[in-house]
Design a protein around this ligand. Structure first.
Ligand SMILES: [Zn+2]
Length: 325
């Protein structure tokens, strides 16, 4: 009993910092830096666990570093060599971004949309969805990510490997939560939220216009160019993560992929300007939540799946914790 006149000792538990696990599934080495570099680094700096899966070895990438003298589309030996170069670049970039676990799956690059290599039997685009999903299920059940980030059903811009990455990730999300699927890969795990990376259309167009003003070659003067075909419609963007504090590190990781990056080429200008434009508003990454297939938790399902009459509200996430909640 507490004596009269003396206050009972009230103990306040020390605040426990809750951390989460973020899994990013990408198609090629360098996508992790250009698409989610800011997010991965921000998550790492906030103490979260970050897991990166890179599905292909990027062996058909456009070699911009002339010193390498590689022609992967013409010579199979060059293709192997480029795969090794890009693997080393990926490892360096992942370290810069503070990635905790890196899983390169090592599938062969399918090449750009329409290339003959799309149909090669060992191309990632020709892989069995079940086989790749099985590998992802094992990773998901081992690391139990709270959030998964990947591309939308169009792979962001139609690259066959990006589309395949979307397909296998969505298949794995469903299978990972199902105890009857891949029982040898551990206990089932339901990912809480799935986001798609997205380029807001307004930002993409603004970057193209700035490039045009700087007399860089763009698609703006192409008579077939449809401004409504580029990026993601702004009204579909649900979540914005300001990554300005880690922008320099993101650039450092991106330029680690030297084989793919020639200073002042289209990609360099476009990514740089887009980032500059959006960073003025302290916004650099957009992610879109979707309902995990067969979500079994009703409350979670309602949270993730608002009624169609209700347009998705834009949320400004100051931390990865906000992305989970
Ligand atoms: Zn890619």
């Amino acid at each position: 009993m507490t004596p009269v006149g003396r206050q009972a000792l009230v103990t306040t538990p020390a605040p426990v910092k809750r951390t989460f696990t973020l899994l990013a599934v990408h198609a090629h080495p360098d996508d992790e830096s250009s698409g989610t570099g800011g997010l991965l680094r921000l998550a790492a700096e906030q103490g979260h666990t970050t897991v990166l899966v890179t599905c292909t070895n990027g062996d058909l990438g456009d070699v911009k570093d002339r010193r390498l003298r590689l022609q992967p589309r013409e010579h199979p030996a060059d293709r192997q060599c480029l795969a090794a170069v890009r693997h080393a670049e990926l490892q360096k970039a992942a370290a810069i971004l503070g990635v905790t676990h890196l899983y390169p799956l090592g599938y062969r690059d399918s090449g750009m949309q329409g290339w003959e290599t799309n149909r090669e039997p060992h191309a990632f685009a020709q892989a069995q969805v079940e086989d790749v999903a099985g590998q992802l299920v094992q990773i998901m059940r081992q690391h139990r990510p709270d959030v998964v980030v990947t591309y939308d059903e169009n792979g962001g811009y139609g690259h066959p490997d990006h589309i395949m990455t979307h397909r296998v990730t969505m298949a794995a999300l469903e299978a990972a939560a199902d105890a009857t699927r891949f029982p040898e890969s551990g206990a089932p795990w339901q990912v809480r939220k799935v986001y798609y990376t997205a380029w807001a259309r307004s930002d993409a167009l603004r970057a193209l216009k700035m490039m045009h003003l700087l007399r860089r070659k763009t698609c703006l003067r192409n008579p077939d160019f449809d401004p409504q075909s580029i990026g993601c419609p702004d009204e579909l963007i649900t979540t914005r993560v300001p990554v300005r504090p880690v922008l320099r590190t993101k650039w450092q990781a991106l330029f680690t992929h030297r084989s793919q990056m020639h200073q002042f080429d289209f990609f360099w200008w476009f990514v740089r300007l887009r980032t500059m434009v959006v960073s003025v508003r302290i916004v650099s990454l957009r992610v879109q939540p979707v309902t995990p297939p067969r979500a079994r938790i009703g409350r979670l399902c309602r949270t993730l799946n608002p009624p169609p009459s209700c347009p998705p509200a834009q949320k400004r996430c100051l931390s990865v914790t906000n992305m989970v909640c």
